[in-house]
Design a protein around this ligand. Structure first.
Ligand SMILES: Cc1ncc(COP(=O)(O)O)c(C=O)c1O
Length: 400
């Protein structure tokens, strides 16, 4: 009989020749367990998703209750479903008054797609400005925003009219012009290796957009729902975009994403043309119930505020000669290593010692730390010990 690993390799499509292939048995809190019963500290949260840890009781209860009540009843936006209404009301109560309406989707990349359509529809322009080394998703519109030309080459033609600026370069903002429909930008660049916005940068983007009549979209798909120590990173950095993209941690482990804006802006989907964006499963009641439980837990406990103390603790503990720099915004962190050759050995050794850390798409000198926000100080201490041991190992073994 073929092993499960072989069946996985044979029958489940892969996107790399070196999949992690960790055979999952179950997951709870900050831990993932493999089939042999080995326990791993999940220091990635499935890339900034499991912020309340795995199988948080409030989320599991909400899913179970909703599954017994109803699942799918009608495509998006026709029926009144309590979980959609409840989440939207709670989310909007946590945001600035200008945000009044949520369009639900299933994934971050769809949120990007919808925002791109809204920019065109609202301004009558088609040019979009994005930052280099940003990642906004893997569908063709979102991929058009990617700056890596080699990667995009096999998928051409993608969308015309996309211009790239360097994140944090104030002069580049002159490339936002009267032809620009909008700027799509992360508040903290995630896949570039956690690049924080320079003082005043996001405000300067906002001002330039206003000068030329372009709209500003902030992609908080990775930075949202408490990851940076504030409920949303745009609140932390003091900027109010026209459109907000959310996803990942939103559903507490269930697939859901959203576009948030004023009611007036969202109305562009209703006329010219009607049904400006439609989806069968966007805003699925079970995902919305999970999202509501997740956000309610975050708001009630203010768990995200603890991320700042946890960030400080990690920064203090992670001292090692082969660390070049730690960049962080709350528990969205990148640890940059002095030499490229150490990195893969650190990741592999940490794995062996029971901690999961990960790479970034556009930064091969750093590893990612994005532990669940529920991680305790004791668990962090153990996690840091593992990472330091992995660095000791890489340094000694691969020095030459
Ligand atoms: C900032 C950002 N935007 C968009 C996406 C795409 O989200 P999804 O994978 O849910 O399509 C990601 C995913 O990593 C992301 O980090």
């Amino acid at each position: 009989m073929l092993s499960k690993r072989q069946l996985f390799l044979d029958n489940v499509a892969q996107t790399s020749d070196i999949p992690l292939s960790l055979e999952i048995s179950h997951a709870s809190g900050i831990y993932i367990y493999d089939q042999e019963g080995k326990r791993y500290h999940d220091l990635n949260s499935g890339i900034a998703v499991s912020s309340l840890g795995h199988c948080h009781p409030a989320v599991v209860d909400a899913i179970t209750e909703q599954a017994q009540r109803y699942m799918h009843t009608m495509v998006y936006g026709e029926h009144i479903q309590t979980p959609q209404v409840a989440f939207a009301e709670l989310l909007i109560s946590q945001l600035d008054d200008r945000y009044e309406s949520v369009y639900y989707l299933m994934s971050g990349t769809e949120a990007t797609e919808l925002a791109m359509k809204m920019l065109k529809r609202q301004t009558g322009r088609y040019e979009i400005v994005a930052a280099r080394n940003a990642y906004h998703g893997s569908t063709q519109g979102a991929e058009s925003l990617r700056s890596d030309e080699d990667y995009k080459a096999p998928f051409l033609p993608l969308l015309p009219g996309i211009h790239h600026i360097d994140f944090n370069n104030f002069e580049d903002l002159q490339q936002i012009t009267e032809r620009t429909a909008g700027v799509i930008i992360e508040a903290v660049q995630g896949e570039a290796g956690v690049i924080l916005p320079a003082e005043g940068y996001l405000q300067a983007v906002r001002e330039r957009c206003e000068e030329v009549g372009a709209l500003m979209v902030i992609d908080e798909i990775q930075s949202g729902f408490g990851r940076t120590g504030h409920l949303f990173a745009h609140q932390k950095y003091g900027v109010l975009p026209d459109i907000l993209l959310i996803g990942k941690a939103m559903g507490g482990g269930m697939p859901i994403a959203g576009v948030v804006s004023s009611r007036e802006l969202m109305r562009c989907l209703v006329k010219n043309p009607m049904l400006g964006h439609i989806t069968t499963f966007g805003g699925h009641p079970i995902s919305c119930a999970a999202a509501h439980a997740t956000l309610k837990t975050l708001v009630d406990t203010r768990l995200y505020e603890e991320a700042l103390a946890k960030e400080a603790y990690i920064r203090e503990r992670l001292q090692h000669p082969i660390i070049k720099e730690v960049r962080s915004s709350g528990l969205m962190m990148a640890v940059e290593i002095t030499k490229l050759k150490y990195l893969k050995h650190i990741v592999a050794k940490a794995h062996e010692l029971g901690a999961l850390v990960d790479w970034f798409i556009f930064n091969n000198r750093s590893f990612r730390l994005a532990p669940p926000l529920i991680i305790t100080m004791e668990q962090l201490e153990t996690a840091c010990d593992i990472l330091l041991s992995a660095m000791d190992y890489a340094e000694v073994k691969y020095k030459r």
